[in-house]
Structure formats: C-alpha cells, structure tokens
Write a protein that binds this ligand. Structure first.
Ligand SMILES: C[S@@+](CC[C@H](N)C(=O)[O-])C[C@H]1O[C@@H](n2cnc3c(N)ncnc32)[C@H](O)[C@@H]1O
Length: 228
C-alpha cells in the first residue's frame, strides 16, 4: 500500500498496527551547505523536467515527534541520513558505498550512512548510484533496489511489514515486493508519487512475466547482465 500523505499525519493511522521494520529514507535540513552546492544546483535545474523539483521543498528534517512516532509504531528502525538527526548511539550502522563515485575529491558523497536500532556489527554495501542500463533514475536521491534487498535479507523475517515514510522513487517498495514482504509507503510529492507508482506497476508486471518463464529464464537473464 502506498499513500500520498505527510508522514506526521500518516503514521498514527497505519492500518494493521505496528510495523516490523521502518526503512525510513530521510534527509535533513542543511540548507546552508547542501542547497548551495553543485549537487543541488544540478538537481534543481536538470533538463527534462523531472529533476526540476526543488529539493528545498522536501529536504527538511522531520520534527522530534516524527521519530517518537516512528519508534512507537515500529519494532525496529533504519534511518538513512541518520547522521543529521539526534538519534541514540548505535553499533549497528549501515554504509552504502557508491562505487561509481570516487572516494575523494568529488562533489558528491561516496558513501551514505543509515542509523539502525538493531544490534550487531556495522555493515556496508557496495553498489552504484548511477542509472542502470535497464532503468533511468528519476529521483535525485534514488537508491538502488539492491541496497534494500540487502537490508531486508539482513533484517527482515518472512511475514514482516515494512514501512517507508519517505518513498521517493519507491526502490524500497520494489525490493519488498521481490522479497514477498508487506509494505506501506508514503510520498508527499505528487510527481514522485505518480512516477514510483508507474515504476512499481512496470516492475510487478515484469516479475510476473518472468515467473511464467521459470527459473531457467532467470539464470539466462543473470548471464546476460554479466556479459553486457
Ligand atoms: C531522500 S528522498 C527518498 C529517496 C528514496 N530513498 C529513494 O530511494 O528514492 C525523501 C523523499 O521524501 C519525500 N518527503 C518529504 N517529506 C515528506 C513527508 N512529510 N511525508 C512523505 N514524504 C515526504 C520527498 O518528496 C522525497 O521524495
């Protein structure tokens, strides 16, 4: 289920009670540094219209009540951009290393940090943040579905319900679908909301076509990917 509601008003009304993992994808307000930089300039003026959305409209830190609501309705939390928020110490943080971004001397950050409520060692995942040959990005902070697949593989159990209060491109939703997990998502921006709906429909249709072709087809697909 997805909805176009603000997280603050949406959270208490969740159907089905508590969720098991909230994979919230947030970004903080750091207008002085972020929106003045190359990154923001690029994404506010991108040719083609879709990246024309001004990130200052949503690049704002949620109020403290958001985090207490999240903790109230979810068993565990994973909060991307957690380095910008006032969260408790954690040993089990996650790092996404963007392998297409040089480790140093580049305008975009080569890694992103997620705070988690889990115990255990810190973990990292390596994946590109660039568009794939199969799919173009439409959201300025679009994460790869593989990142969420990795997260669900680590932390979700069969039957869990995932909540993403800041859906963006809907990558978390795609990965939840693939993992057979229940999913609830919110996205406030109508353009992003509609685009992630279309992306999800297309993905679900593709998966269902592949399902009818049997496992050997998946193997062939994987082989083609490696030799592209
Ligand atoms: C950092 S992006 C999420 C990117 C996402 N992880 C992805 O892979 O595409 C944050 C998203 O949250 C949305 N947003 C901001 N405030 C919101 C709110 N109060 N409720 C729901 N969505 C919100 C923004 O429109 C934006 O698309």
């Amino acid at each position: 289920m997805t909805s176009r509601q603000t997280s603050a008003s949406g959270l208490p009304a969740q159907p089905g009670g508590r969720v098991d993992v909230s994979a919230a994808a947030l970004t903080a307000t750091i207008r002085a540094t972020r929106t003045g930089g190359t990154w923001a300039a690029k994404y506010q003026t991108h040719i083609g219209g879709i990246f024309d959305r001004d990130i200052r409209s949503w690049d704002v830190a949620p109020p403290p009540e958001y985090f207490s609501e999240l903790a109230r309705i979810s068993e565990n939390q994973i909060i991307w951009g957690g380095n910008y928020f006032d969260l408790p110490p954690t040993r089990c943080f996650l790092v996404w290393r963007k392998i297409n971004i040089p480790a140093e001397g580049f305008s975009m950050a080569p890694i992103e940090y997620a705070w988690t409520s889990f115990s255990g060692n810190a973990l990292y995942f390596e994946a590109s943040s660039a568009s794939s040959s199969k799919e173009k990005r439409f959201h300025p902070t679009q994460k790869p579905p593989a990142l969420y697949s990795w997260i669900y593989g680590l932390f979700a159990r069969p039957g869990d319900k995932i909540l993403d209060t800041h859906l963006g491109s809907g990558s978390s939703r795609l990965a939840a679908y693939d993992a057979g997990l229940d999913f609830v998502g919110f996205e406030i921006d109508k353009v992003y909301f509609d685009l992630q709906e279309a992306r999800f429909e297309q993905h679900a249709a593709q998966v269902s076509i592949l399902d009818t072709m049997g496992p050997s087809y998946y193997q062939q697909e994987a082989l083609w990917d490696e030799t592209d």
